[in-house]
Design a protein around this ligand. Structure first.
Ligand code: ADP
Ligand code: MG
Length: 241
């Protein structure tokens, strides 16, 4: 589904991603952990071309999305959905409008179809009763569930999550993780930056540890969390577990 080959990202003199290579198979859930500043967000942002890779290749279903002659950036972003740490719903649109906007504008979906899809997604995240509510009047957890529904409305092939629960009050974390767990069970391919070890152990097929712009170690959650090989992984885990 995704293949990343020797990906580099530089911001002027700052070399943030230093040769990241990995692959994600269809239906696989991959968790990415690592210290702040190690390049996790930049890695995800490169995957859906929110950042332009400086070198290397990213293939989504065999298509090299770093090949500018072949790729429509908006199409890639529609196929690779993303949910951010900070709720980034459109503040002047209701939950329902947030979900229908891109399918109508970008995909050109007929109104009736966009509407029925939106209601289906609102049901899926348990928020049909909030359809006409503005983001300000939703809790953080509800906003994140709407953000997930909004990304799903484009029928993405892959979903990227960048610390989706780290800005939430503790009591709201589980409702967001539950939506993500259901998505994983339904077979969605997912790359999730998170330090929620319970989620990673239960849901992830594979975990990656990133440090200083490189993947230092990867394995099953059990291998990575319980039997880390690299000293850097051990040190990091000892701080967060
Ligand atoms: P993480 O998500 O692991 O905390 P980031 O990918 O956000 O790490 O950041 C990695 C490094 O890249 C940091 O040093 C950060 O300051 C830098 N960085 C991220 N985005 C930009 C940008 N748009 N311009 C310049 N530097 C950036
Ligand atoms: Mg980050």
């Amino acid at each position: 589904m995704i293949k990343v080959v020797d990906l580099h990202k530089r911001f002027r003199h700052l070399h943030v991603l230093k040769g990241v290579s990995t692959a994600v198979t269809p239906g696989e859930v991959v968790c990415v952990i690592g210290p702040s500043g190690s390049g996790k967000s930049t890695f995800l942002r490169c995957l859906n071309l929110l950042e332009k890779p400086s070198a290397g290749h990213i293939y989504i279903e065999g298509v090299d999305v770093t090949d500018h002659s072949k790729v429509n950036v908006n199409e890639v972003r529609a196929e690779v959905g993303m949910v951010f740490q900070r709720f980034n719903l459109f503040p002047h649109k209701t939950a329902f409008e947030n979900i229908t906007l891109a399918p109508l504008k970008v995909r050109g979906l007929p109104l009736e179809e966009a509407k029925s899809r939106a209601y289906e997604l609102l049901d899926r995240v348990g928020l049909r009763h909030k359809a006409d509510v503005y983001p300000d009047n939703l809790s953080g957890g509800q906003q994140q569930r709407i953000a997930i529904a909004r990304a799903l409305a484009m029928r993405p092939k892959v979903m990227l999550f960048d610390e989706p629960t780290s800005a939430l009050d503790p009591e709201m974390i589980q409702e967001v993780l539950d939506v993500m767990k259901n998505l994983a069970r339904e077979g969605m391919t997912m790359v999730v930056v998170t330090h929620e070890m319970g989620f990673a152990r239960e849901v992830a097929h594979r975990a990656l540890f990133m440090d200083e712009g490189q993947i230092i170690e990867e394995g099953t959650p059990d291998e990575l969390f319980n039997h880390p090989k690299s000293e850097r992984t051990q040190q990091f885990l000892s701080k967060i577990l």
